[in-house]
Design a protein around this ligand. Structure first.
Ligand code: PLP
Length: 378
């Protein structure tokens, strides 16, 4: 019935089924082969770049259906290096949303450019209708974030970007495998930025990221930028970063990549189960999208009480994210105030991420749904 030992132990101890929001421990239980691969890697001495990274990049580009993939240190670096490769920096503006993970905005600020926020729609993604009014002479790029694993409205965004001669950099950190009109996200923009952080759908045991692109010139630039700007061992073409993907993570990611379609399918099945059984306040899929539900978000007017109730019942939930970035202390200098992005702000007060990962059993899912319904219809 309930597969995972420690859950059963918790249950016996407390009488309550403890369901974590994440699955850090379970995710490696089926992967003993990793140790064989690592043993070989250690013997080969191929620790920086080399074969494991090349192989992973080849397989990843195939999976997203793009010409090139570049393994880097993190999803954050994927964004930072993309901006750098496109010469976006001081004096430029970059448009994104205020309800993303901090890193999207951190990368923009790090480049020297100014982040310009645009409010979102009910799918938590950028509202294309509000983009054009924010475009100025200084705007160079739009970074749509495929938040929760749901594709942003790429068709509308790319139309606007083309009209104004702007780059689109996709923040696909939460959306590996998600499709917009049948095509994988990360293949639409000049670059696609992915994270392999332990909490993402495809993950390693530390930090890693990937950039995808179809542009040969950008690919060449990124290969250099991640490795100190070196053309070869001795000649530096441009000053860059040490942002190589570690071989150890490449080996792990390469092995896990074989399962990502299966896991994403399971994510979608669980989401369907939630949507079917929770009815109100669940995501309504748009006809262009096939999400991978990195997070499954429900909404409730007394969110904090619902969260507390669920925790008491043994169900851990999270809020992604409680403070929109324009209201963060770090963003004070940008001059935004409460009320500037009403949809994102309202969502921040009502959203709740409930557990969703392939290892959840039907018993656990039933339990979660019943407890939420108990609270909602009490
Ligand atoms: C996780 C995440 C990032 C950053 O990725 P890291 O690998 O943690 O650096 C960027 N953007 C979004 C939307 C993310 O969820």
């Amino acid at each position: 019935m309930i597969k995972h030992n420690y859950l059963i132990k918790q249950y016996e101890k407390t009488g309550k089924l403890r369901i974590n929001h994440n699955y850090l421990r379970e995710q490696f239980s089926d992967f003993r082969k990793i140790f064989e691969d690592l043993e070989k890697l250690i013997q080969d001495g191929d620790y920086t770049l080399g074969k494991p990274v090349n192989e992973f990049e080849k397989n990843f580009s195939k999976m997203i259906n793009v010409k090139y993939a570049i393994g880097v240190n993190s999803g954050t670096d994927a964004l930072t290096l993309s901006l750098k490769a496109l010469d976006v920096g001081y004096g430029n503006e970059v448009i994104t949303t205020p309800n993303t993970f901090i890193a999207t905005v951190g990368a923009i600020v790090d480049s020297g450019a100014k982040p310009i926020f645009v409010d979102v729609r009910e799918d938590y993604n950028i509202n294309p209708d509000l983009i054009e009014e924010k475009i100025t002479e200084m705007t160079r790029a739009i970074i749509p974030v495929h938040l929760t694993g749901r594709p942003a409205d790429l068709g509308s965004i790319i139309k606007i970007a083309d009209k104004h001669n702007l780059y689109v950099i996709e923040d696909a950190a939460q959306a590996i495998g998600a499709k917009y009109k049948g095509q994988k996200v990360g293949s639409f923009g000049i670059t696609g930025c992915f994270s392999l952080h332990p909490l993402k759908n495809l993950n390693v045991i530390g930090d890693a990221g990937v950039i995808t692109t179809n542009d040969h010139r950008i690919y060449d630039k990124l290969l250099k930028l991640r490795n100190h700007g070196l053309r070869d061992r001795d000649v530096c073409d441009c000053f860059g970063y040490n942002s190589r993907m570690d071989a150890i993570h490449a080996a792990i990611a390469n092995l896990k990549l074989k399962y990502i379609d299966k896991w994403n399918k399971r994510h979608r099945e669980i989401a369907s189960f939630y949507i079917e059984n929770l009815k109100e306040s669940v995501p309504v899929e748009r006809d262009y999208e096939e999400p991978v539900y990195h997070r499954f978000i429900i909404r409730h007017s007394i969110r904090n009480e619902l969260q507390e109730y669920l925790l008491k019942e043994g169900i851990e939930t999270k809020v992604h994210y409680p403070i929109p970035i324009h209201l963060q202390p770090a963003a004070k200098y940008l001059g935004y105030k409460k009320g500037d992005f009403p949809i994102a702000e309202e969502q921040a007060n009502t959203i709740l991420s409930i557990p969703l990962y392939p290892q959840l059993t039907i018993e656990q899912l039933d339990f979660i749904v019943n407890k939420i319904r108990n609270f909602v219809y009490k």
